[in-house]
Design a protein. Structure first.
Length: 333
């Protein structure tokens, strides 16, 4: 018994500082403001995003709170505290969690604790808890070569997708499609991209992991951006990911017939507009009201409701598929 007390004390001491920091930052307004104190748009930019964020009766947001625990404590501390207090293994705690409630994308880090995930050596991925956004610019891979690919520059996207979109529009014109029809098809492609964007974001980027391989994929494809949303080197989808997706879309668009070229060119242009808009939203507000509304929705997606507001280019499909933010509950003084 004496040994257990010592272990509990050491665990408590190791977590005490982190736990205290989380308590001090428990107000989401102050937390978000603190992360943006050094930004040109000032601390009110993200704080404003929470003006109408839905809360439950306790004042919490989203599905991130765990009953029976201090929900501002670091996940690792909670898991270690459970192990020490009850004398059970981490594996037992995880098994009980899986049996009690099916995981969601946001709760997955509770079921599969973050750490170094390996598909095959020596390639390892440093996975962090994406359910609790934090400042920082962490490494993902052990290898510098792989790490380099995870930090795309906005110019790289423009150099790939702008010529690509132009080529397919020109290909439609050279095939005898009239300029009016080409413009109409390209515009349809841009609109089609908004639906593709929504579906990819919701069902692929927010795929719910069921094991360690799933955690590897979920963090690699999108989790890192939610874990560290202020990392400006990861505000864009790396071409090593977006180009294979584009090739799959190319094969799908070919089934539409002879007019697929300007249609696909419009989709490529829509993607470029989406990714650059996403980059701009994280940089700060603009003088355009519509942009700021879209930005507000996206910041709510990051900091309050990860299972809401999947659309970045447009909120249309969130309204169609009912993934807008829920109405706020009445609050009493």
């Amino acid at each position: 018994m004496h040994n257990r007390v010592d272990v509990s004390k050491s665990v408590g001491e190791s977590c005490q500082f982190q736990w205290s920091r989380r308590r001090l930052d428990s107000n989401r307004h102050r937390t978000s403001a603190a992360w943006t104190n050094d930004r040109a748009d000032g601390p009110s930019s993200i704080t404003e995003a929470f003006a109408d964020v839905p809360t439950d009766e306790t004042g919490r947001t989203g599905d991130r709170d765990t009953p029976g625990h201090d929900n501002h404590a670091p996940r690792g501390c909670l898991m270690e505290a459970d192990r020490v207090s009850y004398g059970v293994s981490v594996e037992s705690v995880m098994t009980n969690a899986r049996q009690s409630k099916p995981p969601t994308w946001s709760s997955a880090p509770r079921y599969f604790p973050p750490g170094r995930f390996v598909l095959f050596e020596p390639i390892g991925l440093a996975v962090h808890d994406w359910s609790r956004p934090q400042p920082g610019r962490p490494r993902m891979f052990d290898q510098n070569f792989l790490e380099w690919f995870s930090h795309p520059h906005p110019l790289s996207l423009a150099l790939i997708y702008l010529p690509g979109a132009s080529y397919f529009v020109w290909r439609g014109l050279s095939a005898g499609i009239s300029p009016t029809a080409t413009i109409a098809l390209a515009s349809t492609g841009v609109f089609a991209w908004t639906l593709i964007e929504y579906l990819i974001h919701r069902f692929s980027f927010h795929y719910t992991p069921r094991g360690r391989i799933g955690m590897f994929y979920a963090y690699l494809i999108h989790g890192v951006h939610h874990a560290f949303p202020e990392d400006d080197t990861r505000w864009l989808v790396p071409p090593v990911v977006s180009v294979p997706i584009s090739l799959l879309l190319y094969l799908a668009f070919r089934w539409t017939g002879t007019g697929f070229a300007p249609l696909f060119g419009g989709a490529l242009l829509g993607y470029l507009m989406y990714d650059l808009s996403h980059y701009a939203m994280h940089r700060g507000p603009s003088r355009f009201r519509l942009f700021n509304v879209l930005r507000k929705h996206h910041l709510q997606h990051h900091y309050a409701n990860p299972e809401r507001w999947y659309g970045v280019s447009t909120p249309l499909w969130d309204y169609v598929f009912r993934t807008t933010a829920r109405a706020s509950n009445p609050r009493t003084a």
